[in-house]
Design a protein around this ligand. Structure first.
Ligand SMILES: [Zn+2]
Length: 254
């Protein structure tokens, strides 16, 4: 006999792995949607952080515009002062008028700067309001997250030791199964709602999909000469469960 395991041993290994996986599934089921809800809330909060960051950068830019506007106003004021001094030394009316035009133009510029700055500051204000809206929403969400996390932590801590043991057991069980078989096992499990890839024949039916397994096939399964899968669902049929032929005790006369 070669060192390769027999079909019977392979089936035993698969059954052992299935048993562990079903227990892990059960543990994870208790955690329910909590892990996902926690992740969703974390994503949502991260999204808010990003938006706030974007708004703050925009506010920074707008404030720079205001600073530029103020500098522009100062320049115009300086020019006006300079022109007014020049007006004191004009030689004629025409020169005076020309300088007056310059002054008017600068005054107009100042008004434009003021208008633009008012608008910019209004936009800054709006963005600040949006930020505080988001921040108050975040506060609520953070509360939700803390609660969900605490709930999840308590569930996880209750089952964490058990899960660790199961995971170690799973590794040991997996090590006994050849890669190709492991691949099929994982594939079947992924496609199965109940996470069952290896089942027994029960009352003449596949334990996974409950379709009938023909008697000859059942006999082949019992022999364990090769790995047989359910022709309906593809699950590995590891064994045929022996059901004790219980004869119900009848109260009526024998
Ligand atoms: Zn089946």
């Amino acid at each position: 006999m070669s060192t390769e395991s027999t079909v019977s041993q392979k089936l035993d290994a698969l059954m052992a792995l299935q048993k562990i996986d079903s227990q892990i599934d059960e543990l994870l089921k208790i955690r329910g949607d909590l892990p996902e809800e926690v992740r969703d809330l974390e994503d949502e909060l991260a999204g808010y952080e990003t938006r706030i960051g974007k708004f703050k950068a925009e506010i920074e830019e707008l404030n720079q515009e205001v600073v530029k506007g103020k500098a522009g106003m100062k320049d115009s004021e300086k020019l006006i002062k300079k022109y007014q001094e020049q007006q004191n030394n004009v030689r004629n009316n025409r020169e005076f008028e020309a300088i007056s035009k310059e002054i008017e133009s600068q005054e107009l510029d100042i008004q434009l700067f003021e208008k633009k700055n008012r608008e910019t500051l209004f936009r800054v204000e709006k963005k600040n309001i949006e930020i505080s809206d988001i921040e108050s929403r975040m506060l609520g969400r953070k509360g939700d997250l803390e609660a969900k996390k605490a709930e999840l932590d308590s569930i996880v801590s209750e089952s964490t030791e058990e899960e660790k043991k199961l995971r170690v057991g799973r590794e040991t069980a997996e090590a006994k199964i050849e890669e190709r078989l492991m691949y099929s096992y994982n594939r079947i499990r992924q496609n199965s709602i109940n996470g069952l890839a290896v089942v027994k024949v029960r009352r003449g039916a596949c334990g996974g999909c409950f379709n009938q397994v023909p008697p000859q096939r059942q006999a082949d399964i019992r022999e364990k000469k090769k790995i047989i899968v359910c022709e309906h669902c593809g699950r590995v049929l590891a064994d045929v469960e022996v059901i004790e032929e219980l004869v119900a005790p009848t109260k009526t006369k024998a």
